[in-house]
Design a protein around this ligand. Structure first.
Ligand code: ADP
Length: 403
């Protein structure tokens, strides 16, 4: 046997061996890929099943805000096929007024790359129906933290909204109807008390005075309910006129003067004269002062201190109403602007109230483009702050006035 041919075979065998190993490696990689693909397909199927069984419309938008994915549920909710939605933005389905309202909160979340939480928005379905959606979404970020888009779900809450509206309309109607007989009771009690129907005994007078003050409280409650329903239905008008915050504040100070004196309170009023005249709805802003000031006086014990400070801060007027009273318990502070809410520490004391005042204040201030917040410590005192744009309020046509 020739020795040299053996030597030649050796590298060929080695090469063969290498090729065999490579082949096995490639086969392994291909197997891995097939496995991954299977996993991915299973995941995709899982997601599709979830999307199909969910009553929500699931979506994904890119960094331009355009839909890149829309689950089939969109057809039932908004009447559009998935293909018709892809490439549109959520705002393409809203009326101009609604875009203005929703855009602010949407942009706020996007610019901070934060989740979109419970964002209520009214949309026009393909057939012209109005559909209310509750949107929730989370940002999609790349490894460097750049925003790629959002993924989320829209819940159809049109029915709840319609029921809510019907309830509010009922409260509005009922309180409106109640006002007339209550006002009549007030007039006639006043007349009898004044002796218009003949002399009354001291005992009768005492009872009638109770009837009169109870009825007055009821009128207050009915008016507050009517105002709340008008705010909720959006049927109230805003009629700005040129005035000063000073004039409105002084009106309320005068109104509360006798209680402040009776409770021997120290009262401070500090007004920044550089604040210009503003276009304000006198009735609405007076209600803000009235509610905050009367609360400060009501929830501060005898001999306490209340102050009202109005300052110019940039393009805003900042109103601070501070008291040295009972304060608001920490654990209830997050509920203070909710309808009908009254904190434990004041209900235990003999104070009267409806729990509707602060809700009204917040709605009015936000309608005026401002904001309201507070700081409070139990048994030390409370400060409410209101910021109003110096630019004033915009006129709004409505059918009803707040009372
Ligand atoms: P109310 O008719 O009960 O005063 P509001 O809506 O005006 O209703 O206020 C809601 C609740 O907020 C009050 O019941 C009280 O618990 C709390 N609150 C408001 N203002 C003050 C304040 N200045 N000091 C302490 N608690 C306050």
């Amino acid at each position: 046997m020739d020795q040299s041919s053996d030597k030649n075979l050796d590298p060929i065998l080695r090469q063969n061996e290498r090729l065999e190993k490579q082949r096995t490696a490639i086969l392994n990689v291909l197997e891995d890929i097939a496995e991954e693909k299977e996993k991915f397909e299973k995941l995709e199927k899982k997601f599709e099943d979830i999307a199909r069984s969910s009553s929500d419309f699931l979506w994904e938008i890119d960094d331009d805000g355009k839909y890149t994915y829309a689950s089939g549920r969109v057809k039932e909710i908004l009447g559009y096929e998935t293909d018709e939605i892809i490439g549109k933005t959520p705002f393409d389905l809203m009326e101009e007024e609604e875009v203005k309202k929703v855009r602010k909160d949407f942009d706020k979340a996007v610019s901070a790359k934060k989740p979109i939480l419970n964002l209520k928005n009214w949309n026009l379905a393909k057939d012209g129906r109005k559909v209310c959606l509750l949107t929730n979404g989370v940002p999609m970020l790349d490894k460097r933290g750049n925003l790629l888009g959002y993924r989320g779900a829209d819940k159809d809450i049109t029915m709840q909204e319609d029921i809510d509206k019907a309830k509010t309309e009922f409260v509005s109607l009922a309180s409106h109807q109640l006002r007339t007989p209550l006002t009549a009771i007030s007039w006639y009690t006043e007349m009898v008390l004044a002796g218009d129907a003949g002399k009354i005994t001291p005992e009768q007078k005492k009872y009638l005075e109770e009837v009169y003050s109870g009825n007055k409280r009821m009128i207050g409650l009915v008016n507050a309910l009517l105002n709340v329903s008008r705010l909720e239905l959006g049927t109230f008008m805003v009629e700005p006129e040129e005035t000063t915050l000073k004039a409105l504040a002084e009106l309320i100070i005068k109104e509360l003067d006798h209680v402040i004196k009776k409770k021997k309170m120290k009262f401070v009023f500090d007004y920044d004269e550089t604040i210009p005249k503003m276009m304000l709805d006198v009735k609405l802003i007076t209600m803000v002062f009235q509610n905050l000031m009367s609360n400060a006086v009501k929830y501060t014990p005898e001999g306490g201190k209340v102050s009202l400070i109005v300052k110019k801060e940039g393009d805003k007027a900042k109103i601070t109403i501070a008291d040295s009273g009972y304060g608001i318990p920490k654990h209830q502070q997050n509920r203070i602007f909710s309808k009908l809410f009254r904190a434990d520490n004041v209900t235990q004391r003999d104070t009267e109230g409806t729990g509707l005042g602060l809700y009204l204040v917040k709605e009015i201030v936000e309608t005026a483009g401002g904001k309201v917040w507070f700081e409070s410590e139990e048994d030390k005192g409370t400060s409410f702050f209101v910021e109003l744009p110096l630019a004033g309020m915009s006129k709004r046509k409505g059918t009803k006035q707040l009372t």
